[in-house]
Design a protein. Structure first.
Length: 343
């Protein structure tokens, strides 16, 4: 290894072809990839696989951490003592977009590290999950499953998405992609963001400031939560806000569990005020086995995996290679985490 080259340590499993892509595109860095010291992935793009090392392997891994200038992903085997072990670390490229709360909890915001997120990488799969959820309830897939299980044939009538209103809380890259796809179904899209005069919202029919939730909620056939988890958004949707939704509305949460009052939502599902819910995130994860949401046929439960697709690692590698080139050239990096704003 050349002492003149920055050292990149791959901290979660990455396919060999993608590791070689980094080496090929950015030969000015030394790339260390030791999959034998990492957890074996349980599925494609598994960035938090459990790790088991012998004493000798652990010593070897800590020695690699000590010489790393750049990490590809957080080291999930040393989340609490990473600042003490990675003494030369300058930059971490995360594989997730929503890292703000994690960084605060672990005290990484008190380091001098640059941390860049994977913002934008997961926009398409999450937006497709939103469209799937809307179609599920519009076309009453719950009814079809019930009738199939009963081996019963009876014609029925559903509805279509055209003309329905999708209200989006959080028009970042994910929210904007959901709006774009929804427009293909002639859905009316409304939403909120900090700067309502922003002209880069071609697929949003109406914009409201963050503090004006009532006009969003009262018009929503589908309410999409795609905002970051910050002190301002924690507990944003409670019983009062759910009551403002029209009867028969559907909640789709791809933000974080802390953004919504889940007991209040469960009550509204039980009493029929809500038609359904499609949930990728929960207040407690994994969702406890005794939680009533498991047994509700009008609830889609996704184990915090709606963002994960077989294209993920290739997209993150593309972002990382571009950022490495910016880093070496002394140029601004893409997706730098603002630790004060949590995103």
């Amino acid at each position: 290894m050349s002492p003149s080259k920055p050292t990149v340590l791959i901290a979660s499993y990455l396919e060999p072809a993608l590791v070689e892509q980094i080496r090929r595109e950015v030969p000015q860095v030394d790339v260390i990839n030791r999959p034998d010291l990492l957890g074996a992935p349980r599925y494609v793009a598994d960035h938090s696989a459990p790790t088991s090392r012998t004493t000798a392997q652990e010593s070897e891994w800590q020695a690699l951490l000590a010489q790393a200038d750049i990490l590809f992903d957080f080291d999930h085997s040393h989340v609490d003592d990473l600042p003490q072990l990675a003494t030369h670390l300058k930059w971490i490229q995360a594989t997730s977009a929503g890292i703000g709360q994690f960084v605060k909890q672990k005290g990484y915001d008190r380091t001098r590290w640059i941390m860049t997120t994977a913002s934008g990488v997961h926009a398409r799969p999450l937006a497709e999950f939103v469209i799937m959820s809307m179609l599920y309830f519009a076309r009453d897939f719950e009814y079809l499953q019930r009738e199939k299980a009963a081996h019963h044939w009876a014609r029925n009538c559903t509805t279509e998405l055209a003309g329905k209103t999708l209200a989006i809380i959080g028009l970042g890259k994910i929210g904007r992609e959901a709006a774009r796809l929804a427009k293909a179904f002639d859905v009316r899209v409304i939403g909120n963001r900090r700067h309502v005069t922003d002209s880069s919202m071609p697929n949003v029919d109406e914009l409201y400031p963050p503090g004006e939730l009532t006009p969003l909620l009262t018009q929503a056939n589908y309410l999409l939560l795609s905002c970051p988890h910050t002190p301002e958004t924690e507990g944003l949707i409670r019983a009062e806000q759910i009551a403002q939704l029209p009867k028969g509305a559907v909640i789709i949460n791809i933000a974080r569990g802390a953004v919504m009052d889940y007991p209040a939502m469960t009550t509204a599902l039980h009493n029929g005020h809500l038609r359904g819910a499609s949930l990728d995130v929960f207040a407690t994860e994994p969702l406890p086995t005794a939680d009533p949401l498991w047994d509700m046929p009008n609830v889609i439960i996704n184990p915090h995996s709606a963002s994960t697709a077989d294209t993920e690692n290739a997209k993150i590698t593309r972002l990382f290679c571009d950022n490495l080139k910016h880093y070496l050239a002394g140029e601004p990096l893409q997706n730098v985490l603002d630790v004060e704003r949590y995103y």
